[in-house]
Design a protein around this ligand. Structure first.
Ligand SMILES: [Zn+2]
Length: 105
């Protein structure tokens, strides 16, 4: 059994990594201000990729924040749907998940 403090540290590390990444994405998007038509087309494509990364990052941040909240309330590690304990190996891979393997399907 992984101590809850370790889980929390793992989630907090992941959270700060994601926030750093989002700041970098924002900075990159802001730097795209070229008026050159050829460059503009390339930058538009890059922007779409970056925005997609930003959106999935924001979603993961919200999931991690929710998981941290569940740690505070003592609900962490139990499925939000059926109440079963979530397997250790599953939490190792997806520490922010609120669902057990069966309910996540
Ligand atoms: Zn479940």
């Amino acid at each position: 059994m992984t101590p809850i403090g370790d889980r929390k540290a793992q989630l907090l590390t992941r959270l700060s990594d994601l926030r750093d990444r989002l700041v970098k994405i924002e900075t990159e998007l802001d730097s795209h201000t070229t008026q050159d038509w050829d460059d503009l087309a390339t930058e538009r494509e890059e922007d779409e990729v970056l925005e997609g990364m930003g959106l999935s990052g924001q979603q993961e941040i919200r999931q991690i924040e929710a998981a941290l909240h569940r740690i505070e309330t003592g609900e962490y590690g139990f499925c939000a749907k059926c109440g079963a304990a979530i397997g250790e190996e599953r939490l190792d891979v997806l520490p922010q998940t609120p669902f057990c393997r069966d309910c996540a399907k």
